[in-house]
Design a protein around this ligand. Structure first.
Ligand code: PAF
Length: 286
């Protein structure tokens, strides 16, 4: 069966409401396209759990700041279509920007409590754009559940809180980070890197591995842990420009002053034209 393409938001909503009336289980994987193995793993996981699988591809302008890579965001709809077909997608929803946002759009969903740190601090309007577009996608597709990758841990936390606090009838599922063979977290933005940057980039997650080893050997001071990883990055990633490296409570996304039972180490690093993020959840006793 070929993938049905829907471009009009109203047509998507009519279709979604129809599925709901028929009692279908609908799975939604929201993306900005240029699919990689990480997206495909979400699609495969969802495919096994729903009657109708929807992939949305929309490069959402409201989550990009003025100096960010919206205009250069990689895209290849034909390739994405072929991959969607291989993954058993039923419907590809790929709306045009002007159909999603009127020029005078002025309604936003914000989740301030979870967005003071990490990407929320370096990309001030980012999560407002993400929460708003995901809310719109949920209203249009009417999914039973929606799946997101844990690479964007803070995004997942924001979406979960939005759904819980605004009583949205959607189950939010998080899935583990998918990595290249050398450990680099998969990202559509990996293609911007030069070969030299690409070969150094796995050190981003190796730094987080070093941090985990120190925690497991008994180090509990976030300052000491941060210094150790910064020294590692200075030695192994001299071309990287750190945006942040923080140790936060994984659920409140607030910095910790002492390592407790669970901590999330999260990093964002500019490598040339790419801004890469990665994270590691450390659960003591596991
Ligand atoms: O993670 C992404 O690709 C985007 O932030 C999302 C969730 C599709 C919203 O635009």
């Amino acid at each position: 069966m070929s993938v049905r393409q829907i471009r009009e938001p109203r047509a998507m909503q009519r279709t979604g409401l129809g599925w709901k009336r028929e009692g279908k289980v609908v799975g939604l994987v929201p993306t900005m396209g240029y699919l990689h193995e990480g997206h495909l793993s979400l699609l495969h996981w969802a495919r096994e759990r729903c009657d109708i699988l929807v992939l949305s591809i929309f490069v959402n302008p409201t989550q990009f700041g003025p100096a960010e890579d919206l205009d250069n965001y990689p895209s290849d709809l034909a390739r994405d279509m072929a991959l969607a077909q291989e993954c058993g997608v039923d419907v590809l929803f790929a709306p045009r920007t002007d159909a999603m946002y009127n020029p005078d759009h002025g309604t936003w969903v914000t989740v301030p409590d979870l967005t003071r740190h990490l990407c929320g601090s370096s990309r001030p309007i980012h999560f407002r754009g993400v929460a708003t577009v995901v809310c719109k996608l949920f209203n249009l597709v009417q999914p039973s559940f929606s799946v997101f990758g844990e690479k964007d841990w803070q995004q997942l936390a924001v979406i979960r809180k939005m759904v819980r606090e605004l009583d949205m009838p959607v189950r939010v599922e998080g899935r583990p980070i998918v990595r290249e063979a050398d450990g680099l977290a998969m990202s559509s933005r990996n293609v911007y890197m030069t070969p030299e940057e690409r070969s150094a980039a796995p050190h981003i997650q190796k730094g987080l591995g070093l941090l985990e080893n120190l925690v497991r050997s008994g180090e509990r001071d976030p300052k000491v842990l941060r210094e150790a990883v910064l020294a590692y990055y200075a030695e192994h990633l001299p071309m990287g420009r750190l945006d942040y490296l923080e140790l936060v409570d994984p659920w409140r996304i607030e910095p910790v002053t002492r390592i407790g039972a669970e901590v999330l180490a999260a990093v964002a690093m500019h490598m040339g034209a790419s801004r890469l993020i990665d994270n590691r959840l450390i659960v003591l006793g596991s």
